[in-house]
Design a protein around this ligand. Structure first.
Ligand code: B12
Length: 213
């Protein structure tokens, strides 16, 4: 079976057509959706991150690769939603204020939906007030925040503070994640949970709500 190298290469090059064709052929060959994601798409974005850090590529290339991943994810998305019909709980998710990265957040949303949660996605650059207002409206079980920049991480405690001020901090579980976020940071800002990837985000969400399996 494929090692997803051609898919990763296509994502790195930002070759949307080839990446979609590779995703489809991996699906047709019976590859596991998680493997396509982890070994094909996420690996490629990690490589882009390294190249970006070394100054080998610039923002336009990253954007192109990010768009490529998004297009491939459209093929994978329906397959994540064939799971349970009954909702396991409500999740309100967003990328925090000042931060425009959404691939990881979208993956977490997809996996959560696939696992049977009802997910409301606020998108990117979400200010604390928006998390609060939407929480008041839909009464989620979990408020999940994503941050990819060390400069936007402080928006997480600010959002927790805003939930507290609005008197709803005790009614929701707060879950955080994103590349620079750590377990320790989660403890520091008194979030209820942290997960390093979309798969463990699901198991931690279930644990938070006392759901088995
Ligand atoms: C793609 C990308 C972009 C794209 C984003 C497109 C998009 N629609 O998302 C664009 C080009 C817009 C971009 C812009 C910038 N970026 Co950028 N970007 C990246 C890159 C290469 C990949 C991120 C990604 O998608 N990874 C793949 C996903 C699947 O991984 P993930 O996001 O980590 O998510 C997983 C986990 O973290 C976790 N998770 C994520 N969210 C959540 C939430 C919850 C609740 C839970 C439980 C788990 C969880 O689960 C996810 C799935 O497993 C990273 C490098 C990297 N390797 O991280 C740099 C990176 C994040 N960017 C960086 C920088 C500096 C920038 C810019 C400031 C560059 C600039 N000078 O303009 C701007 C900032 C724009 C802004 N205001 O947000 C730095 C950040 C450094 C730092 N620590 O602060 C990085 C690390 C690159 C680098 N090595 O320097 N970027």
């Amino acid at each position: 079976m494929s090692d997803f190298k051609a898919l990763s290469e296509a994502v790195i090059k930002g070759d949307i057509k080839t990446a979609i064709a590779e995703t489809q052929s991996a699906l047709d060959a019976g590859s596991n959706v998680r493997d396509i994601l982890d070994k094909g798409l996420v690996t490629a974005m990690d490589e882009m991150g390294e190249r970006f850090s070394k100054g080998l590529i610039f923002v336009p290339q990253m954007l192109r690769s990010a768009k490529t991943v998004k297009e491939c994810m459209k093929l994978l998305e329906p397959l994540f939603q064939e799971g349970d019909v009954i909702s396991k709980g409500k999740v309100l998710i967003g990328t925090v204020k000042g931060d425009l990265h959404d691939i990881g957040k979208n993956l977490v949303s997809m996996m959560m939906e696939g696992a049977g949660f009802t997910v409301t996605d606020l998108g990117v650059d979400v200010p604390p007030e928006k998390f609060v207002h939407k929480s008041q409206e839909i009464e989620p079980d979990i408020v999940a925040m994503s941050a990819l920049l060390s400069t936007t991480m402080p928006a997480m405690p600010l959002t927790i503070e805003a939930l507290q001020k609005a008197g709803i901090r005790d009614k929701v579980k707060v879950m955080i994640g994103g590349a620079p976020v750590t377990e320790r940071y989660a403890q520091e800002i008194k979030a209820d949970s942290y997960a390093s990837d979309a798969g463990s985000a699901v198991s931690k969400a279930k644990k938070l709500l006392g759901i088995r399996g």
